[in-house]
Design a protein around this ligand. Sequence first.
Ligand code: NAD
Ligand code: DAU
Length: 350
Amino acid sequence: MKKTLIITGGAGFIGSHVVRLFVNKYLDYRIVNLDALTYAGNLENLKDIENAANYTFVKADITDAEAINSLFAQYQPDGVIHLAAESHVDRSITDPNAFVQTNVMGTANLLNAALHHWKNNFEGKRFYHVSTDEVYGSLGETGFFLETTPYEPQSPYSASKAASDHLVRAYGNTYGLPFVLTNCSNNYGPNHFPEKLIPLFINNICNKKPLPVYGDGKYTRDWLYVIDHARAIDVVFHKGGNAETYNIGGFNEWQNIELVKLLCEKMDEKLGRAPGESAALISYVKDRPGHDKRYAIDATKINTELGWAPSVTFEEGLAKTIDWYLANTEWLNNVTSGEYQKYYEAQYHN
Ligand code: NAD
Ligand code: DAU
């Protein structure tokens, strides 16, 4: 094998698309998927490549420094693509410590292991940290997040991601650890856990349950199809400059309420329901505390320097996403049974 890469969080939403892309595209790389399989991790996401010769799954927790160190000794990776994280803002509001443990301490453990194993020869090594646009805080009506925008995280989730970004850059600056970092906007697509807006609303529309829009619904997000994020990660991993940061976005801003209305319209068409049937399920609920008003990415740098651009329009991506959920009801039923019901009760019924 030409290279060994550890991809953390590879059983999650974005991670599974990154693992699939790398396993299928780089037959001469050994891809080690390191994941703790929390509620958000699901090996069903990778059924199609689980027996590939260049793929290995390892169940491990990044908060366990000893385990991480031994895995580095065992696999001797040339690169790490780090996606493992607690990723849901609402959960960070009810349990911030879990986010500090995984996102901050877990990242520190990976950095320490990488440094320990690579410090005698950094040649050909790369620590790729996958981060979010939420570290920049919230925008007003105008403007965009640039790579130079100062950090101003507002939720325990984004604060923990910001801390991990700072640690990665500090290890680069202090010890010379080779790294690259990206901050991406909201992803959507197949395998998205139905605690996040789009898959939660698709699931509720299917089950004719209320669609809980937070506050006045006039919050804005910039949506990117998950496979385009995976493509961007591939480009940055292979072509991005050392110690550089790239913003990744969809050039695709939507106010939540407008997005929800579009989703309702498309779902009515797909399900053969009368126009307006799903929109009647919209229900305005208590706002998310500290809710960031608007995110919008300026992705000029990755576009002009590395030639990346989204390949899928929002209309195409949303249609593919809806089709995937309608064709994968077993996946949806499996992840929404058990623990999910308790989470849903606590989040939406008090
Ligand atoms: P996800 O919640 O779907 O998946 C997270 C994965 O990490 C799961 O497989 C889970 O089992 C694993 N994991 C969690 N804690 C772990 C631990 N302690 N040790 C090992 N594995 C652990 O998340 P996602 O939406 O796929 O996000 C992946 C990464 O991308 C995160 O770092 C997130 O901050 C970042 N990101 C997400 C988005 C988005 O819109 N979803 C946008 C930008 C950046
Ligand atoms: O911007 C990137 C970030 O996008 C990632 O770093 C996070 O991991 C990811 O979860 C996502 O964060 P958001 O908080 O923007 O995503 P979420 O799907 O939770 O919410 C999107 C918008 O929809 C937000 O304004 C809150 C609103 N919302 C969400 C839910 C779950 C609702 O109105 N009702 C809901 O039930």
